[in-house]
Design a protein around this ligand. Structure first.
Ligand SMILES: C[N+](C)(C)CCCC[C@H](N)C(=O)O
Ligand SMILES: O=C(O)CCC(=O)C(=O)O
Ligand SMILES: [Fe+2]
Length: 418
């Protein structure tokens, strides 16, 4: 089980080792003892075989053993009366389906499964479509292919920055940028005019700006205009932002417009790389970090700014069907009082949190960059932690948050898996 979870964290698809080994002997046994109940598309071919059970249909195709619930099979019917192919929306009223429904007849040819329902309605499914859309097919895949990195891996990959003009004016430039962003969780655009307005044009090329209590495009210096350490000259340890939102902001854009002084370098750490190390060393701790719900909080009373935000969720968030990590919520400054679990769980949670922190703090995992006017940085705030070194002098940073759904939307429209 842990082996599968680990594979899903990596960029490569799961090795379905255990699954395969178990499946083959089991099929052979079924074939000899219950031959009459298995149906094949062609006698010499095992490419598709199916069996109707009392409460599900079992289908083997393209190396995948799938089990389908009957209501599911009726519900997903793609016939013209059940599904509007123009809008890609279901027309069938699912509540009108008898929950005890069972197909009257089943037939499979080389490419298609045909089901006839008690009322005579016929449903057809492409076998490829079923593999792609079945639970068994899904859990073998990653939603988001990624390359996990430490400083050395990132440097060796020599990920290019995209030029501002190419980013703004060509689909190739935009696609290259987004591909790098999806794989590494960070990406740079170069030769940007160092103004807030030009930074906004960049942001709007890939997404909608997510307006928050900090505004749409924000712009800050160390003037403590807001009640948060970001608005000082102090160092900030690695963290993700807006952990105190129920849905933390998906992407953070930074563009340093001016710095006359020393220090102020930006720190970047791949949170998923660190989490993977925790999984390897201590799977039970990884699991605890993905199960224990925590609160993060933002309480502000400075000048006219009065805010109280609370977000709840575990440090590590994984998709339940394939255990793929999709969001890390890590901000020790903004973590609220822990009162969502009893003392003994708290004790084990602190151990797990320490293991993760140790990984996040390994110098070899730290990527340090000095942001300069003209170079905009996009950070996947669900994956990559950022921090900064203390600084002296006048420093102006502008940027914004982006809605994650819209960045992924742009990427998918360009043909990327996102
Ligand atoms: C980026 N900007 C300066 C606008 C806001 C900073 C928010 C800082 C907060 N502690 C957090 O981590 O969410
Ligand atoms: O000043 C910086 O470089 C970053 C501060 C920070 O963490 C933030 O604004 O979210
Ligand atoms: Fe931050």
């Amino acid at each position: 089980m842990w082996c599968r979870r680990l594979a899903c964290l990596l960029s490569v698809p799961c090795q379905r080792t255990g699954h395969h080994l178990l499946r083959l002997p089991c099929v052979r046994r079924t074939l000899t003892t219950a031959l009459s109940r298995w149906h094949h598309t062609a006698p010499q071919s095992l490419s598709c075989a199916w069996q109707l059970h009392s409460d599900h249909l079992e289908l083997r195709y393209a190396d995948t053993l799938m089990r389908f619930d009957f209501v599911w099979l009726r519900d997903h019917c793609r016939s013209a009366s059940c599904y509007n192919a123009k809008t890609n929306q279901r027309s069938l009223d699912t509540a009108s389906v008898d929950l005890g429904i069972k197909p009257k007849a089943v037939r499979v040819d080389e490419t298609t499964l045909f089901l006839t329902w008690p009322d005579g309605h016929v449903t057809r499914y492409g076998l490829q479509w079923l593999v792609k859309n079945s639970y068994e097919g899904q859990k073998q895949q990653v939603m988001h292919p990624r390359i996990l990195w430490n400083a050395e891996i990132y440097h060796q990959a020599q990920v290019p920055s995209v030029d501002c003009r190419s980013f703004l004016e060509t689909d190739e430039g935009l696609k290259e940028f987004l591909q790098n962003f999806l794989l590494y969780g960070i990406a740079f655009v170069e030769n940007v005019t160092p103004t807030k307005e030009d930074t906004q044009i960049l942001a709007e090329r890939i997404s909608l700006i997510r307006e928050t209590i900090y505004g749409r495009m924000w712009y800050f210096t160390s003037d403590f205009s807001r009640g948060d350490t970001a608005y000082t000259k102090l160092a900030l340890d690695r963290h993700t932002d807006t952990t105190y939102f129920q849905e933390p902001c998906g992407i953070q854009v930074f563009h340093c417009l001016k710095h006359e002084g020393t220090g102020g370098r930006t720190l970047l750490v791949d949170g998923f790389y660190a989490a993977e190390q925790v999984l390897r060393q201590a799977p039970d701790q990884f699991e605890l970090l993905s199960k224990v719900p925590l609160k993060h909080e933002y309480i502000e009373n400075v000048g006219d700014c009065h805010n109280h935000m609370i977000g709840v969720g575990p440090v590590l968030n994984v998709y339940p069907w394939n255990n793929e990590l999709y969001l890390i919520r890590y901000n020790n400054y903004d973590r609220a009082v822990i009162n969502t679990v009893p003392y003994d769980v708290v004790n084990r949670w602190y151990t797990a949190h320490r293991t993760l922190t140790t990984e996040l703090r390994r110098p070899e995992n730290e990527l340090w960059v000095k942001l300069k006017p003209g170079k905009a940085l996009f950070i996947d705030n669900w994956r990559v932690l950022h921090g900064r070194e203390a600084f002296t002098g006048y420093r102006q940073l502008c940027g914004c948050y982006l809605t994650r759904d819209d960045v992924l939307n742009t990427a998918r429209l360009l043909g990327l898996q996102a």
